[in-house]
Write a protein that binds this ligand. Structure first.
Ligand SMILES: Cc1ncc(C[n+]2csc(CCOP(=O)(O)OP(=O)(O)O)c2C)c(N)n1
Ligand SMILES: [Mg+2]
Length: 591
């Protein structure tokens, strides 16, 4: 046994649990933790410029690599409240992050002490567990339990709040014999999987809906193997995008109200059976359950028992980790295939592929200012196959999902459920901190970009290069479009005559000055033919300076992006493709 400060025991536990990177903002109440981090020198620290930024960096870090757990650190009071949004977007998308906050000394917590706020009560609905540790000897055990909970069942975030004197107190703790607790993950039984496959066999036009749980479980290969064995087309959800490559012949398109393909919705509507794995029937994926469920039979596989039946009653529910379920799905399907028992699906697969090849939206516009559709066509042409895209919300993100291509898991990093503006820059920095080599392209509208713009300085300071595509329509574009239903265009305009930059023609903020002021590089683009050279310039700058590079594309201010209130009633505001020349990078042409 060894005597040590309670906070040192916490650092030793984090080391044993595999933590090597943290993001945070120090303050007086959390300085003991910073002292222990400094003494050990084992956990690198990125200093954010806003505590919310630190929480989204931690999310990006977790989402980038299987097994990662991002850690974000803040002091007492406002630091914890700043991180509530990161905890919310983490729990909403089943992303484990560990949030550590300082707290006033125990004796003063109830005396309205300076920056003493009941953060555990505030974050209770957005964490799997939140605790203020009141006994110093419990500190390492609280961390042990935190890692156990974050990894068990449906993953999610935990907050540990540490009063100053608890951090400083001496305790006995033996790190040599410490072991991480095994994570608990429910697994399907063979009987359950056989029943699900029997239902799939009975269907004429079956689909698999692949959710983010498959990516979280690192089971994308198994999904593709199962789809190939049974020859059943796959509809990924927004969070499951990348589980099957876009150009795989069984990737049938995304379904939904906004981030969806015309062919994905048409294929969903044509199906008679859906096997959902690791998904949650999100409203933006289903629209009303009347339309979504009519004429279809459903099997739902999810790790969290209370998710089954939450949105609608499936015909069969199975509680299982996605990987454990898919291992059995593959095992049973292999046996059935060997016995010649699997049905021939070639006609149904051919129909799905024909929709994927023909039901396209036009992207090949020439207009200046540019239409957004053309930007994504240029991105498809100029970014490599293994690019990781990071995005948040807005018309920019919705059009990105409609037009970009994703070819592997964790290459579409998006906060699907919460969609907090400002998420993109810090999340992209977290992805870079997790992986020094991959190609990272962030995608933001002008407003998302401005929300936490100061985090760009973190990228410059800590040498975290990535390309940021900033599509500038000088509007809260998604909300402007939503206001059409109210016949108004009210409080959604970002344009003004910038007295320092008249050349911006009323678009308002001069992003060049801000970005360069924060130590990053910037190039502005007006025409489609300028995009390729801009990307080449960005790559050269990143190699030379190791800083983020922003490519701003000046868009037409008003373009409405396809969306609707039902999957059978998506409004197409712009032109549809009538020939391949209208949509030359469409993915249906690749498979
Ligand atoms: C914190 C927060 N406040 C408000 C919203 C609602 N909201 C969603 S998209 C959007 C506008 C986004 O504008 P921009 O980033 O420029 O993207 P665009 O739609 O113009 O492409 C707003 C205000 C939100 N998602 N998050
Ligand atoms: Mg905008």
């Amino acid at each position: 046994m060894a005597k040590m400060k309670a906070i040192m025991a916490a650092v030793l536990v984090m080391e044993k649990e595999g933590v090597s990177q943290a993001f945070g903002v120090p303050g007086a109440a959390i300085n003991p933790l910073y002292a222990a981090l400094r003494e050990r020198g084992t956990i690198a620290h990125v200093l954010a410029r806003h505590v919310e930024g630190a929480s989204h960096m931690a999310e990006g870090y977790t989402r980038a690599v299987a097994g990662n757990i991002g850690v974000c650190i803040g002091t007492s009071g406002p630091a914890g409240t700043d991180m509530v949004t990161g905890l919310y977007s983490a729990i909403a998308d089943s992303i484990p992050i560990l949030c550590i906050t300082g707290q006033a000394p125990r004796a003063r917590m109830h005396k309205e002490d300076f920056q003493a706020v009941d953060i555990t009560a505030i974050v209770k609905p957005v964490t799997k567990w939140a605790t203020t540790v009141l006994e110093p000897a419990q500190v390492p055990r609280a961390f042990q339990q935190a890692f156990h909970l974050m990894r068990s069942g449906r993953p999610g975030p935990v907050l540990i709040d540490l009063p100053f004197d608890v951090q400083m107190a001496e305790i006995e703790f033996d790190i040599d014999t410490y072991e991480p607790l095994p994570a608990f993950k429910p697994a399907a039984t063979r009987k359950q999987i056989e029943k699900a496959i029997a239902m799939l066999q009975a269907a004429e036009r079956p689909l698999i809906v692949a959710g983010g749980g498959i990516i979280n479980a690192d089971a994308s290969d198994l999904l593709v193997e199962f789809a190939e064995l049974t020859d059943v087309p796959v509809i990924p959800t927004l969070m499951g995008w990348g589980a099957i490559p876009d150009d795989h012949k069984l990737m049938a398109g995304m379904c939904g109200l906004q981030t969806s393909h015309r062919y994905g919705n048409a294929t969903m509507l044509a199906s008679d059976f859906v096997l959902g794995i690791g998904n949650r029937w999100a409203n933006r994926h289903t629209g009303s359950t009347d339309v979504y469920c009519k004429g279809r039979t459903f099997v739902h596989v999810d790790i969290e028992p209370t998710q089954i039946g939450r949105v609608f009653t499936p015909d069969l529910g199975i509680v299982s980790d996605a990987k454990a379920a898919l291992q059995l799905f593959v095992e049973v399907a292999r046996e059935m295939k060997a016995a010649g028992l699997l049905r021939d699906r070639s006609e149904w697969v051919a129909q799905c592929r024909e929709r994927k090849r023909t039901m396209l939206r036009k992207t090949n516009y020439e207009a200046v200012p540019m239409k957004p559709q053309r930007v994504y066509q240029c991105m498809n042409n100029n970014f490599p196959r293994d690019t990781t895209y990071v995005s948040t919300i807005g018309l920019s993100q919705i059009a990105g999902a409609q037009f970009l291509h994703v070819f592997g898991p964790r290459q579409w990093i998006n906060c699907g459920q919460a969609g907090p503006l400002g998420w993109t820059i810090p999340a992209a920095l977290g992805v870079r901190a997790a992986d020094p080599t991959r190609t990272i392209v962030a995608l933001s509208g002008d407003y998302d970009f401005q929300f936490l713009i100061e985090e760009l300085a973190v990228g410059a300071q800590f040498k975290l290069p990535y390309i940021h595509m900033l599509v500038n329509n000088s509007y809260l574009g998604l909300i402007r479009q939503a206001q059409r239903g109210f016949n108004m265009d009210y409080c959604v305009q970002l344009g003004f005559d910038n007295i320092n930059a008249p050349e911006l023609d009323g678009y308002g903020v001069d992003h060049q000055k801000v970005v360069e002021g924060l130590g990053c590089k910037f190039v502005r683009v007006h025409k489609q033919e300028e995009i390729k050279p801009a990307i080449q310039q960005a790559n050269a700058w990143m190699a030379e300076h190791r800083v983020p590079v922003v490519i701003e594309v000046m868009l037409e201010r008003v373009t409405n992006i396809s969306m609707g209130t039902e999957i059978d009633a998506v409004n197409e505001f712009e032109e549809l493709a009538t020939s391949i020349a209208d949509a030359p990078t469409a993915v249906g042409l690749l498979d």
